[in-house]
Design a protein around this ligand. Structure first.
Ligand SMILES: [Mg+2]
Length: 97
């Protein structure tokens, strides 16, 4: 069964709680919520489309003991996906309070 894992819940919650205080108020409208979600989605899309190549070309990947560029890319994709999920969760929560 596919379900929401504790690890995933925790990183989405951490992301929401890391939002600066001045942005923690509810969205002014559904459209604002959608705009913020879309902005995060576009960042995720760019990371998925172009991030692997960028990670491979980064100078830190040439240093001895450097991390695998694929792992760096996956971590960045995960981070952007968490931001998308956090914004979607905000919309869900604001509709239910
Ligand atoms: Mg982002």
């Amino acid at each position: 069964m596919i379900t929401l894992q504790e690890f995933t819940i925790r990183i989405i919650k951490d992301e929401m709680e890391s939002i600066p205080k001045k942005y923690q108020k509810p969205f002014n409208s559904m459209h604002e919520g959608l705009a913020v979600l879309r902005e995060e989605y576009v960042e995720l899309e760019n990371e998925i489309f172009f991030g692997e190549k960028k990670a491979k070309e980064h100078p830190y990947t040439k240093e001895p003991g450097a991390l695998d560029p694929k792992e760096i890319w996956k971590a960045k994709v995960r981070q952007e996906a968490v931001q998308v999920a956090a914004m979607a969760a905000r919309i869900i929560q604001e509709l239910t309070v």
